[in-house]
Structure formats: C-alpha cells, structure tokens
Design a protein around this ligand. Structure first.
Ligand code: FAD
Length: 281
C-alpha cells in the first residue's frame, strides 16, 4: 500500500468542528482549501501528509460582503474567480478584482482560494502585493481566540507565515474603497503564469502606497520612498524617481523568470507606470 492510500481525510461540516479537529491534530494534519498548491507538492513528492483536513464543507468561510463600515470582507474559502467577478469588488476595489483575475487561468482561479494564496506564502503570487497595498488584514482564528494581522505581518518569508498550527485563516478584511488603485503584472515568459514582477499602487487621499511583489521573500513596501509623492498631483519626474528608488532599494531574487539585474530594471519601469496611473490624489 502506498503512503497516499493511507492518508486520513477529515471533512468538518462547520468552523467549530474544523478548529476542534485542527487543535487536536495540530501539525499532524494539513489543511486543504482549493488544493491547487498542495496537489502539486503531493504529486511531485515534496509533501506526504498522513492526514488532510478539508475546508470545502465549511460554508461559513465562503462569501464576499461589504460591512456597514464600508470594509470589504472576503471569506477564506472564496475562490479567486468569485473575487474577480463580484460586482461589489469590481465597483469599489477594481484593482483587487484585477489582481485576482491576473492569476493563471480560469481553471486555477475557480479552485484557488483567498486563504490558500496567502497561507501558501509563495513569493511569486499576485494577490499579496495588492492586498498589502490596500492595507488589508487577515483574521486568524483558533479555539484560543481570534487575532487580526496585516499582510506584512502574516507573510514572514518564503512559504512561511505567522499562522500557528492550531489556527485557520478565516477572513480577509480590506479597508473602505480606495480613491485610486492599480495592479500591474509583468510576465517575462510566454509559458509562465506567475509574475516576474508585480506592482500594486494605491492612493488614499494624498497618501501613496506602492508594493512590489514576486521580487523578494515578501511583498516590499517603502513608505519613505512613497512619501516623495507629496499630497498633490505626482508629476512624471517624481514618478520616475520613485521607480528608480524602489529599484535601488530592492534586493531582487534571481530565478527562471529573471535575473536580479533584469528584475531591478523592470521594477524601475513598472513602479513608475503604476505611480503614474494613480498620480492624482
Ligand atoms: C498551474 C498553476 C498556476 C498558478 N499561477 C499563479 C499565478 O499566476 N499567480 C498566483 O498568484 N498564483 C498562482 N498559482 C497559485 C495558486 O493561486 C495557489 O495554488 C493557490 O492560491 C493556493 O490556493 P488553494 O486554495 O488551492 O490552497 P491549497 O493548495 O489548498 O493550500 C495552500 C496552503 O495554504 C494552507 N491553507 C489553505 N487555506 C488555509 C486557511 N484557510 N487557513 C490556514 N491555512 C490554509 C494549506 O495548508 C497549504 O499549506 C498557480 C497555481 C497553479 C496550480
């Protein structure tokens, strides 16, 4: 019998049951959301779990709603495709719909979830840079209680998060609709789904937030460089300067999508273009 035939499949019907099972099994059990990331790891033999805890039957983790405070709430089991196509998201947070819509193909987006893409903490993902720029927070719950963390606190490094063994990511909260926002995905290879460089820029009032993804272990945000924008219209020279400083400040990784030097040059251009797109406060 192969190890895969011996895998225990846990299918809780609600959130309390899921949390109780997770607290009981801890790191022995691997949480499965859409399974699109885990499936690859298992098929390639990088992961051989003995127990899988599926969140597919936990309806409380699905859905998109806008709270009375204007905050957008995305359940962890909401698929990328649902975010991309949701009317409220497209109206209030169109750049977020763009970022989720930029992931791979409809087939992947129908399976991959909001919780999964954050919990897997793959550096070359699209949504984390956009969610960081929007100042979103992830809600983590365990039988010990609930805590809210910024995306910059959630993602600690390559495939590493602050989610404890007994915690589930249950929801993502995105502040009230931003004035201007843009998501730019740069692919370097025609066969490649994942970004070589990802840039998200948001302008709320006069404040600019630019976040670069896919170039380092975690999404990169430099508030002091963003402050060069000032509070009014950003002219072409300042946009260029912000792009140049991001490129200087980053220590880009090198992988099959591009060398460090190549990424640095792309970052300078893509950040400039993103800043130009949100130039008016
Ligand atoms: C062919 C292909 C192309 C892709 N291209 C892109 C791309 O272009 N851009 C991009 O951004 N991404 C891309 N992805 C990645 C895809 O978005 C991820 O595989 C996906 O986001 C993972 O989501 P999932 O719901 O399937 O997670 P799963 O595979 O089920 O889980 C991923 C990890 O997160 C953990 N986890 C999941 N949900 C929770 C939760 N609620 N609480 C705690 N832990 C949890 C799991 O234990 C596991 O460690 C691609 C994937 C594939 C297969």
């Amino acid at each position: 019998m192969s190890s895969r035939e011996r895998v225990e499949w846990l299918a809780p019907g609600d959130l309390d049951e899921a949390l109780a099972l997770l607290a009981e099994r801890g790191a022995e059990s691997t949480v499965v959301a859409g399974g699109s990331f885990l499936g690859i790891l298992m098929n390639q033999g990088f992961l051989e779990p003995t127990s899988l805890l599926s969140l597919q039957g936990v309806d409380a983790l699905r859905g998109i709603r806008v709270g009375e405070d204007g905050e957008l709430r995305l359940g962890a089991m909401t698929t990328h495709r649902e975010v991309e196509r949701d009317d409220a998201v497209r109206r209030g947070w169109p750049a977020l719909a763009d970022a989720f819509g930029a992931v791979a193909s409809p087939r992947v987006r129908n399976q991959a979830t909001v919780g999964g893409v954050l919990a897997d903490a793959d550096y070359a993902s699209d949504p984390p840079a956009m969610l960081t720029a929007l100042d979103a927070r992830a809600v983590l719950r365990s039988p010990r209680g609930e805590r809210e963390v910024g995306i910059d606190e959630l993602i600690l490094g390559f495939y590493e998060t602050c989610i404890a063994d007994d915690e589930l990511l249950v929801e993502v909260r995105v502040p009230d609709a931003p004035g201007r926002a843009v998501y730019r995905k740069f692919r370097s290879r025609s066969t490649e789904d994942r970004p070589c460089v990802a840039v998200a820029a948001v302008r709320v009032g006069g404040t600019l937030r630019v976040v670069v993804g896919a170039c380092a272990e975690t999404p990169q945000h430099h508030p002091d460089v963003c402050a060069l924008a000032g509070g009014g219209d950003i002219d072409a020279e300042v946009a260029r300067e912000i792009g140049a400083r991001y490129a200087e400040r980053l220590e880009p990784i090198a992988d099959s999508r591009g060398s460090a030097e190549y990424r640095r040059r792309v970052v300078a251009v893509e950040v400039r273009r993103a800043v130009e797109a949100v130039a008016r406060p």
